[in-house]
Design a protein around this ligand. Structure first.
Ligand SMILES: NC(=O)C1=CN([C@@H]2O[C@H](COP(=O)(O)OP(=O)(O)OC[C@H]3O[C@@H](n4cnc5c(N)ncnc54)[C@H](O)[C@@H]3O)[C@@H](O)[C@H]2O)C=CC1
Ligand SMILES: O=C(O)C(=O)COP(=O)(O)O
Length: 545
């Protein structure tokens, strides 16, 4: 496999680039037009952007399925079309923590410099003036600050504003009250925040709900002379309404780092307004934050390219790192069982329903099966189509193909230290090319377990077997009689096919048995035929894992 290619479309810290270069070809091409990005993207496995690049549906379509991951070197992913990414099976990861402090510090910088007219006074002095009376400021101590969006950045701003002696309230419909209480911040309603605050600082994401949430109506609810800080996203403010509110004195001052359109028009009334302080989206731009973000995103992108499940996935279930590492062997088991089950289906008999049964000693809330379900789906769909399936698009792809995947939990009286005791797959209403794979209930059934960290196949139809799921597998149903293992072994060794494992499961002594043989190489058709010709072998199937 050649090294993957990563297109870095905006400036990224050196430490991150170095990490990427260890694993991939890195193409740093900045300031690409939309057409240039679309032209390049079909040659790239990953794309890294900041807030300046719009990753639209058009980009995903132009990628022609090659693009596996988009890394957003920062927090806000409003510049990435997540729905289009998901439909194309492209994982989107971000770097959610490394620039939190930088953004919070910039919020405080804007708050304090706005209150004391630092930028305006600086410009005035540089123009040769000395205007001490014009730039009398306002004090912060004892004033009320409303933090709108009490997430990572918002809570750090709140903590710092408390240190400046401000009274801090916050509005966030999803924030836990105990987190606010721990910082000494009161959570209040939107309207209360609007009507009681001297300063309002915005820290929510731009979503369809928050778009232009600060408009004529909301400015009308604010205290006259309020001061506004925005280091979140320009789009949460109706900028024309803000200009009106500044002109009529409802808003005394605004300090803005972000704009609906970036860069804003040179003659933007907002940017040119004398009571507005602006910075060109600098919230995340500290040396420290950019190095941190670069490393955070490079690690996430490299991990995603290696097929690891990302902890900072934006369009896939967020799975904490410790859960990921605990479930790692079960993820492999789930995919291999899916792969195996689909190869047991007779040609022409379409799969409609798949039931996944987990036996586990865990409380259902302590076992997140979304990854396992996604991997079963991947195992089932990938061998029979050209679609690339991952945690991102598994549910979407299954739905598109009319594949109904249901899950059932069975309580297993064992140790809750072990997340899953066994995983069974049942494929209903299908015929099998290996009749022994059909269980008593008429479904194709396979079951697996993890033993010493290695996935094993433990049941086929009604036959118990025990073979590790590595390499390839030959399943034979035979009349149980001595010498069978030797005969099959001889045929395989004649062709230098290495047998890694062998297991025989039988219904009763001297009755039918299933022999499961793990082989490293794929035997030639002729060799497989010789196995099939052994009189005691009633049926057999070769399965690639
Ligand atoms: N200017 C810059 O360079 C930077 C800007 N940002 C922006 O800052 C914002 C916050 O970032 P983080 O704190 O890291 O994100 P976060 O996800 O930790 O926090 C966002 C908070 O907003 C809350 N929220 C969602 N809808 C809301 C609503 N309708 N009203 C009130 N609160 C709502 C969420 O519950 C969450 O607690 C984002 O828009 C991000 O893009 C972040 C870093 C740098
Ligand atoms: O992380 C964010 O949300 C930011 O706004 C930072 O954007 P940037 O990476 O500096 O273009």
């Amino acid at each position: 496999m050649p090294n993957p290619t990563v297109l870095v479309a905006e400036k990224l810290g050196e430490a991150g680039l170095a990490l990427l270069r260890e694993f991939s070809n890195v193409d740093c091409s900045y300031n690409l037009s939309q057409e240039e990005l679309c032209a390049k993207i079909s040659l790239c496995d990953a794309l890294i952007v900041r807030s300046g690049t719009k990753v639209t549906r058009e980009v995903f379509e132009a990628a022609r399925s090659r693009l596996k991951v988009v890394g957003r070197a920062g927090v806000g992913i409003d510049n990435v079309d997540l729905q289009a990414a998901t439909e194309h099976g492209c994982l989107v990861v971000n770097a959610p923590t490394a620039n939190t402090i930088a953004a919070a510090e910039h919020g405080i910088a804007l708050l304090t410099s706005m209150a004391r007219n630092v930028a305006q006074a600086d410009a005035s002095m540089k123009a040769g003036k000395w205007q001490r009376n014009k730039y009398v400021g306002v004090s912060l101590v004892g004033k009320t600050l409303a933090v709108m969006g009490f997430g990572k950045v918002g809570s750090e701003v709140a903590r710092r504003a408390k240190g400046l002696g401000m009274h801090v309230v916050a509005h966030d419909p999803y924030a836990p009250a105990d987190r606010a209480r721990a910082i000494g911040v009161e959570l209040v309603s939107f309207d209360e925040a609007m009507s009681t605050s001297d300063f309002i600082s915005l820290h929510m994401p731009l979503t369809p709900t928050t778009s232009k949430i600060f408009n004529d109506d909301t400015f009308g609810k604010m205290k006259k002379g309020v001061r506004i800080i925005n280091v979140a996203r320009g789009g949460v403010i109706d900028e024309d309404a803000l200009v009106r509110a500044l002109d009529n004195g409802t808003v005394a001052q605004a300090a803005l780092d972000v704009f609906t359109k970036e860069p804003p028009a040179a003659d933007s009334k907002l940017v040119q307004h004398p009571n507005v302080t602006v910075t060109p989206h600098l919230g995340a731009s500290t040396m420290e934050a950019q190095e941190g973000v670069a490393i955070e995103i490079a690690e996430a992108v490299v991990g995603a390219l290696k097929g690891e499940l990302a902890a900072t996935a934006v369009n896939a279930p967020m799975v904490p790192a410790e859960v990921l590492s605990e479930l790692a062997p079960y993820v492999i088991l789930a995919e291999k069982l899916g792969r195996l089950a689909v190869q047991l289906v007779a040609g022409g008999s379409g799969i409609k329903g798949v039931k996944i049964v987990y036996t586990s000693a865990r409380d259902p809330d302590d076992l997140d099966t979304r990854i396992l379900r996604a991997m079963v789906t991947k195992g089932i769909i990938e061998p029979i189509s050209s679609v690339f399936v991952n945690l991102v698009n598994a549910d979407y792809t299954a739905k598109q193909r009319g594949l109904r995947i249901s899950e059932e939990r069975i309580f297993h009286d064992g140790s809750a230290e072990i997340p899953v005791d066994s995983i069974q797959l049942h494929l209903s209403n299908v015929e099998s090319k290996f009749a022994s794979a059909i269980s008593d209930s008429g479904d194709i059934r396979v079951e697996g377990r993890v033993k010493d960290g290695i996935p094993h196949l433990t049941l086929v139809g009604s036959f118990a077997v025990d073979v590790s799921l590595e390499g390839n597998l030959i399943l034979c149903r035979q009349v149980d009689q001595p010498g069978m293992i030797g005969r099959v072994g001889n045929i395989l060794s004649e062709q230098n096919v290495n047998i890694s494992f062998m297991s025989v499961g039988r219904t009763a002594p001297k009755k039918q048995a299933i022999m499961a043989i793990g082989v490293d190489e794929e035997p030639e058709k002729e060799t497989l035929k010789k196995i099939g010709d052994i009189p005691a072998i009633e049926e057999f199937v070769f399965l690639k894992l």
